[in-house]
Design a protein around this ligand. Structure first.
Ligand code: PLP
Length: 432
């Protein structure tokens, strides 16, 4: 982590070579700052991992992690494909001039409008999730006289977590068709009857923030058992296997992620072996990293304000943001690391929690952090906030959304403006 951040001779934190106190001053806080060099390096680790092994692949950036026109332009420049799960995400991709043949659409309840937009724009692939969707898709393709490529999303009964995986058999998940109870096969048969849907292969996504590879290996074996069966009974060969995302990143010292290339190596090795074993064609390999592309590439800058010290209990410092720009700690106890950016080299002697300023007791960013002596006006930098931060942000308490800045080659560029109060009330109508 933090290859992209350093401490300069003023004892200030820098990102991409730029003093973050300068950025906080120039753009205000809360502020997301992305190091574009690091985004490119993460993308290249996956893309080149496949290239070096000479394996046809698509690395689809899961844009739900952080979607903006500038971000999708960088993804396009790096040759990534793109996952979208809504009309809003697809609209952003269109506005970023993203090649539509490299866009894949997900979702467990795709609406008619979403499917029609996908069909109209001729996107590369729809990942079919449920029986209702098969029926809708058939009707809409008929109506518009079009055809489309699709993957079938299956739940292989493997749930991967940070350091281990669970064999669940029948998976209790709202996503996809179950492999174990025959639903996937029923869906397969329905889709194969329709000439407008070209079934390119299977998709599964086994979890998130995964630090091991066994779960992926298990999932690949389950998918190949199915493919071998469908080959024998229906003569089917998959062109594509999509293993989803979930590759883990470092948020705190306790996290020990694998090198991104090593996931690629394991997937390629296992898929090649399985295809060979069952005498099936080697499919193209698709993956869908979100967090691993952007998570470790951004920091969030906040200005410290008030303080509350409860003797023998806890110290609290409060910052000028919180669950509105980072809901992950409140939502699922996510852990982060942070420092005072303007006192980056000072000795850390003050133990404190970091609270947001929303009217919720659960609006906390960190429960336990060691900092130098803290004063109002200090700049707190929280690390690894590039994924599921801005994209999950809200208007709770009517806080305008933060600004986003990209830095690269020693330059900083505003890529998402801070919202104004005018922006906040733009959809409000009068009742007078
Ligand atoms: C969320 C999601 C991803 C991305 O997950 P990360 O943990 O951010 O890599 C990829 N594919 C699917 C289907 C997802 O739901």
């Amino acid at each position: 982590m933090k290859q992209h951040v350093e401490i300069n001779d003023l004892d200030h934190l820098t990102i991409g070579g730029i003093d973050v106190t300068y950025l906080a001053e120039k753009y205000g806080t809360p502020l997301f700052v992305y190091d574009v060099e690091q985004i490119r390096a993460n993308a290249k680790a996956f893309v080149n991992g496949f290239k070096e092994l000479n394996i046809p692949a698509q690395v689809a950036y899961a844009s739900k992690a952080f979607s903006s026109i500038a971000m999708l332009q960088v993804a396009k420049q790096e040759g990534l494909s793109l996952d979208v799960v809504s009309q809003g995400e697809l609209y952003t991709a269109i506005q970023a001039d993203f090649p539509m043949d490299k866009v894949h659409m997900h979702g467990n309840n795709k609406s008619v409008a979403e499917l029609e937009m996908a069909i109209e724009h001729n996107i590369g692939c729809i990942v079919i999730d449920n029986f209702h969707e098969i029926q809708l898709l058939e009707e809409l393709l008929q109506k518009h006289d079009r055809s489309i490529h699709a993957l079938l999303r299956v739940t292989p009964g493997i749930e991967a977590h940070t350091h281990d995986y669970i064999l669940t058999g029948n998976e209790d998940s709202k996503f996809g068709f179950d492999l174990a109870n025959g639903q996937a096969e029923e869906a397969f048969k329905q889709i194969k009857r329709n000439s407008r849907i070209q079934l390119k292969g299977l998709h599964c996504h086994i979890g998130s923030q995964i630090f091991e590879t066994d779960g992926f290996v298990m999932a690949i074996r389950r998918l190949f058992e199915t493919l071998a069966n469908w080959h024998e009974r229906y003569g089917y060969q998959a062109d594509v296997l999509n293993l989803g995302g979930g590759f883990g990143i470092r948020y705190t010292k306790e996290d020990e992620p694998l090198a991104l290339e090593s996931y690629v190596e394991v997937l390629v090795k296992e898929i090649t072996e399985q295809a060979h074993y069952y005498k099936l064609n080697s499919p193209e390999i698709w993956i869908e990293p979100g967090r691993a592309i952007v998570g470790n590439t951004a920091i969030t800058l906040y200005t410290v304000g008030s303080k509350k010290e409860i003797p023998n209990v806890r110290n609290y410092i409060a910052i000028d943001g919180g669950m509105t720009d980072n809901i992950r700690p409140a939502l699922y106890q996510a852990k982060y690391d942070a420092i005072l950016a303007n006192k980056a080299a000072r000795e850390k002697t003050y133990q404190t929690a970091v609270a947001g300023k929303c009217c919720e007791s659960g609006d906390m960013l960190l429960w336990d952090l060691l900092l130098p002596e803290v004063e109002p006006g200090d700049i707190l930098a929280v690390f690894s906030t590039g994924a599921y931060g801005y994209s999950m942000s809200s208007h709770y308490n009517r806080f305008p959304k933060a600004a986003v800045v990209f830095v690269e080659n020693g330059h900083d560029k505003l890529v998402m403006r801070r919202e104004s109060y005018q922006d906040l009330i733009r959809n409000d109508l009068s009742y007078e």
